[in-house]
Design a protein around this ligand. Structure first.
Ligand code: ADP
Ligand code: MG
Length: 729
């Protein structure tokens, strides 16, 4: 009998909320307590050093070694007061997590003792022994050198006893081996291109920031139940499990009351997040049982990405102190919603203007339309690439699976904005020019109600929706590093804005007024980018057909979607914006294919083990019990009567035999398919084989396991069931 399962379920039922001591201070007082922010820089650094550092942070000015030494000295002083004994370069390799190697501050003092030291050299650059991070062949093991280099635009912080220094991670030969380096380049590119376009409207703009507000969805599962599910433990998702009789059909979880044990976790997490300077603001239940969401106030994109990486590791840690495990996987449970991470994205100027928000005057609205339409153009031209930027073995379960975003990128604008664009598309440009001329341009731009910001209609099926003062890229996966999507989006918009400027300038050169030139090009883009606009139901089959007619990227195979990074127009875009070279793109794709293969490979192995160690033995044990019963009935009843009485059991015995033999046969088949696929040396081809041949087998085998779960005596079933994993608090 399955005693472990019952023990863990009972324990999970009885678990109580942890008493979390709440700080006596207000959040505004402990916010960023553990961050070396400007306030602390000012306090711990000489004035001249502070000014230089701020210049480096805001404008990318280069810091010389002498200044770096002083900065390091101030940081060390503050960090030691915070209880830090160690420091680490904290970076984001291509593994979806973060990496760190801790060194202590201590050095010999030359007199037989020790002193705490931290120099500018150690702050600025390190050489982690990094040959074991994925690099797609850029860094062969004989040339294992990779450098981590300080990113002064994201402040250092203290976690436990360690001073964490956000860094980029690059190869000896200069190629990026991480997410942060290309992200910083994409942000630089979009800044440059957007500032130039802003100058049509306001010559004072010096800087344009990309903003990101992510919304992190996640599941919580009791830790005992989690430990009893090897599939959750090893792959992050359940590879089997029949749907519970009740899941989300009553729609009673979304925005419902937060269970006390979960609320305690959330409070604890929020305090620690705020101390680390992460401006968390929103928490609520999500659609699926045991699913929740956490969202901060939006921030500058690079910082927001770091904060998301930080909060994911913080969530894992805090969940454990509350007897939970957090599941960040995009689809931990079949049959209930998966988890995403909406990326709310916008551009804003150093003069305080949100460029994706409508204004009050016709001139302001022309600027607004300029940025919205260029974004649409970028998304239209690179829709396949944007899909690739959010694609992964885990997110593939979500996309196109009749929930969350479909596997086709389109953009929802809402009725009002659509009307404005439709109007501009048909209004006569020539007329505009004659109306305007040198005597003052009359802009034929419809009034855009201010209400728009709060009142944008919602379309939850759209992967890239305009929501009043920003775009919401909803296709991003819950487990992903947001940087991947943000690199592609910001670089694509940067390229697009540069093309736009060239076209507008050419018209101005030909004698057009600035406004007429802007409107003419915008009008052209409104026409061209029309195929990307879709306000209907993104889940419908009719849309799939329509999208393919419109020439949008409809590919659904994950390894093939990665090809989009290597299309000539993608390479051109990344190279012209200085974000990534062809060599880097090729190397990163190797990593993507390899990771894809490994994920499916691990799932296949785990499923094979579970079948042999849990499912089949339990099913046979139960079957034997039934067979025993059939024989024994014959001892008490007449043959005819016994046959009648055991008809039901015999039917079950047969079903069990059918399911188990299917399962065993297909697990063997899967092992063979793996052997064949593993011989393929080309990473892309191997990933395709895993996608086409092995991934479908996982689903086929699962179907029969789930049927067995329904038949076999509950007492004997060893693995916690969906109703236990999802409904126990
Ligand atoms: P939802 O209704 O989609 O849950 P919220 O109001 O909770 O939206 O906001 C989602 C996220 O969008 C938050 O992180 C918020 O700070 C962010 N956000 C709001 N305005 C902008 C903007 N202009 N640019 C980027 N992010 C923004
Ligand atoms: Mg949202």
């Amino acid at each position: 009998m399955s005693t472990l399962r019952f023990r863990v379920v009972e324990k999970a039922f009885q678990a109580k909320a942890l008493e979390v001591p709440m700080p006596s201070e207000r959040p505004s007082e402990y916010f960023a307590k553990k961050v070396f922010n400007r306030e602390k820089m000012f306090k711990y650094l000489p004035t001249a050093v502070y000014a230089k550092l701020v210049d480096a942070m805001d404008n990318g000015a280069v810091l010389d070694r002498a200044i770096a030494d002083k900065v390091a000295e101030g940081m060390k002083c503050w960090a030691m007061e915070m209880g830090a004994t160690h420091y680490t370069h904290w970076f984001q390799p291509l593994t979806e997590g973060t990496a760190e190697k801790h060194d202590s501050f201590i050095e010999h003092d030359g007199k037989g003792g020790m002193i705490e030291e931290f120099s500018g050299k150690l702050l600025v650059q390190q050489e982690p022994d990094a040959s074991s991070f994925p690099s797609g062949g850029i860094r062969n093991t004989f040339e294992a050198r990779g450098y981590s280099a300080w990113d002064p635009s994201s402040p250092v912080f203290v976690v436990d006893d360690t001073l964490c220094i956000p860094t980029v991670f690059i190869a000896y030969t200069g190629e990026s081996l991480d997410y942060k380096a290309p992200l910083l380049k994409a942000l630089r590119a979009v800044n440059k291109a957007a500032v130039e376009v802003c100058h049509y409207f306001n010559p004072d703009v010096k800087k344009v920031m990309a903003y990101l507000g992510w919304e992190q969805e996640y599941f919580l599962v009791d830790e005992g139940l989690y430990a009893a599910r090897p599939d959750l433990l090893l792959t992050g998702r359940t590879l089997m499990g029949h749907e519970a009789s009740k899941n989300q059909q009553l729609e009673d979880h979304y925005f419902g009351a937060i269970p006390t044990r979960v609320a305690a976790f959330m409070k604890d997490l929020e305090v620690q997040a705020l101390e680390l300077g992460i401006p968390v603001k929103t928490r609520h239940n999500e659609v699926a049982p045991n699913q929740f969401e956490l969202a901060p106030i939006f921030e500058e994109c690079n910082l927001a990405v770091d904060h998301n990486m930080l909060i994911m590791s913080l969530m894992r840690k805090v969940a454990r102190t509350h007897g939970f495990r957090v599941l960040l996987h995009e689809k931990p449970f079949k049959g209930v919603n998966g988890s995403g991470k909406h990326n709310n994205w916008s551009l804003g100027t150093d003069t305080g203007i949100l460029l994706m928000a409508p204004g009050k005057t016709a001139e302001e609205n022309l600027r607004f339309i300029t940025f919205v339409v260029n974004t649409l153009m970028a998304v239209y031209r690179h829709n396949g690439l944007l899909k690739a930027s959010i694609m992964s073995a885990t997110n593939a379960h979500r996309l196109g699976a009749n929930e969350a975003p479909p596997a086709i990128i389109s953009s929802f604008l809402g009725e009002q904005l659509s009307k404005v664009l439709d109007h501009m598309e048909v209004s006569a440009t020539d007329e505009l020019i004659s109306l305007g001329g040198k005597h003052g341009m009359k802009l034929d731009i419809p009034q855009i109600p201010e209400l728009l910001i709060d009142n944008t209609d919602r379309n939850r099926t759209s992967p890239f929706a305009f929501t009043g003062n920003r775009f919401e890229f909803r296709a991003v996966g819950s487990e992903a590093n947001c940087a991947s999507a943000m690199i592609a989006l910001n670089a694509a918009v940067a390229e697009q804005l540069t093309i736009f400027k060239t076209e507008v300038d050419a018209l101005i050169e030909q004698g057009e007024t600035k406004e007429a030139a802007l409107i003419q090009v915008i009008r052209k883009y409104i026409k061209l980018s029309k195929p990307i606009r879709f306000d209907g139901n993104g889940y419908s089959d009719a849309w799939k057909e329509e999208a393919s007619r419109r020439g949008l990227d409809c590919e659904t195979s994950c390894p093939l979607i990665f090809d989009r990074y290597l299309k000539p127009e993608s390479i051109k875009m990344f190279e012209s914006t200085g974000v990534m070279s062809q060599k880097e793109l090729e190397a990163r794709n190797e990593v993507k294919w390899e990771t894809y293969t490994k994920k499916i490979q691990i799932e296949a192995r785990v499923l094979g083990d579970l079948v042999m160690n849990h499912i089949v033995p339990v099913a046979i044990e139960y079957q034997t019990k039934l067979i025993d019963n059939v024989y024994k009935l014959k001892g008490i009843f007449s043959e005819a009567e016994a046959d009648k009485l055991s008809a039901e059991n015999i039917a079950i015995i047969r079903k069990i035999a059918e399911h188990t033999s299917y399962i065993k046969e297909h697990v063997d088949g899967m092992v063979n398919a793996r052997k064949i696929a593993n011989k393929i040396t080309d990473e892309r081809e191997k990933a395709i084989a895993y996608h086409d041949k092995i991934a479908p087998m996982l689903e086929q085998i699962r179907y029969h396991i789930d049927k067995l779960e329904l038949i076999v005596d509950d007492k004997m079933w060893t693995l916690p069931k969906y109703r236990e994993l999802l409904f126990v608090r």
